[in-house]
Write a protein that binds this ligand. Structure first.
Ligand SMILES: Nc1ncnc2c1ncn2[C@@H]1O[C@H](COP(=O)(O)OP(=O)(O)OP(=O)(O)O)[C@@H](O)[C@H]1O
Ligand SMILES: [Mg+2]
Length: 323
């Protein structure tokens, strides 16, 4: 569905990620993890095509529909809630409009004329296309998504501008769900939701027919939904083949292993250095010292593991504790 190759984003001197490569298969669910400011939103913007990376490419087959729910900054104006969500069904609405226009013109024509027959045939063709978009499902689907996201029937005709920031996010989410893109990019979708709505969204996403890439502070949602995790820290992104809890356990293990390797290499370096220091002045050991110096230069240094642990992510909370 999407293939990311050697992606790099930096702001000033700060590298958020480098040489990041991964691919997303149909129906896959991937979590982005990392502390505040690590680069999760930035990667999502690259995938949505809003931000151009400093290097690397994001490739999706032509015609792949990718939908993005931003973390903030949603302002919808000038339409009612119903019109806004209905606009998710652009094809259905366009066909309906065209059929209405043609039917209007048809009424002005002489039924015995040949333009009349031609137009009748055209309308027939459009009606078949319209049926293929399942227009009868449109209204019940809009109603079910809006109600699932906490809107009341009396909200439907209200202007979108009347809704506060958190509710604007729900409007954008409703439209996105109804558009049903093949890849859904969600940045903190449950942040402003009450528990009942969170549960509804979780269930909706479990049954979602496309791929989902998710950033969330809600570990319950991450664990239920995601089967892969991409974690960001200190300019690197690492992949984990499991949900958030798996990633937490595994990242601790990976760091322990890295620490052991680092410590053992440091011991080796110290021993070689001691040998060099001790025999540097001895003429009969000159060749041995030289070879040790070369050895030292050749060692590929293992980086000291970060003190930072992924599990200490700020603000990450357990939804079920809030009940
Ligand atoms: N356009 C920009 N110009 C300069 N710096 C930026 C820009 N966009 C983001 N940054 C910086 O890049 C870093 C990563 O930002 P990003 O929004 O991707 O983090 P995040 O992982 O989504 O964090 P959070 O969990 O707080 O949402 C931050 O330090 C941010 O200030
Ligand atoms: Mg963010």
């Amino acid at each position: 569905m999407i293939s990311v190759q050697s992606l790099r984003v930096e702001f000033g001197t700060r590298v958020l990620f480098n040489e990041l490569s991964f691919s997303v298969q149909a129906r896959e669910r991937i979590a982005f993890a990392g502390h505040n400011g690590a680069g999760k939103t930035t990667l999502m913007k690259c995938l949505a095509g809003i931000l151009k990376p400093n290097a690397g490419i994001v490739h999706a087959p032509k015609g792949t529909r990718i939908g993005y729910l931003p973390q903030e900054g949603i302002h919808i104006r000038g339409r009612s809630l119903w019109q806004e969500t209905e606009s998710a069904f652009g094809e259905t609405l366009a066909l309906r409009g065209k059929i209405d226009r043609l039917s209007h013109e048809l009424a002005k024509l002489d039924p015995r004329s040949s333009p009349y027959a031609g137009m009748l045939e055209e309308i027939g063709g459009l009606e078949l296309q319209l049926e293929a978009t399942e227009p009868a499902r449109m209204k019940p689907r809009i109603e079910s998504v809006l109600k699932g996201l906490g809107f009341k029937e009396q909200d439907f005709p209200r202007d979108c501008a009347e809704f506060s920031g958190g509710w604007q996010m729900r409007i954008a989410m409703a439209k996105l769900f109804l558009q049903e893109p093949q890849v859904l990019l969600l940045d903190e979708p449950t942040n402003h939701l009450d528990l009942g709505t969170q549960m509804w969204v979780e269930q909706y996403l479990i049954n979602y027919p496309g791929a989902i890439l998710l950033i969330s502070h809600d570990r319950g949602l991450l664990d239920t939904l995601c089967t892969r995790t991409i974690a960001f820290a200190h300019g690197r992104a690492e992949e984990y083949a499991g949900n958030f809890s798996y990633f937490e356990r595994e990242s601790v293990l990976r760091r322990e292993i890295q620490l052991k390797q680092y410590q053992s290499q440091q011991r080796e370096i110290r021993e070689i250095q001691r040998f060099i220091d001790r025999f540097r002045a001895s003429a009969n050991k000159a060749t041995l010292v030289q070879s040790r110096v070369k050895m030292l230069a050749k060692i590929e240094r293992i980086a000291e593991p970060d003190q930072f642990q992924f599990r200490n992510q700020q603000g990450r909370e357990d939804r079920h504790r809030r009940t």
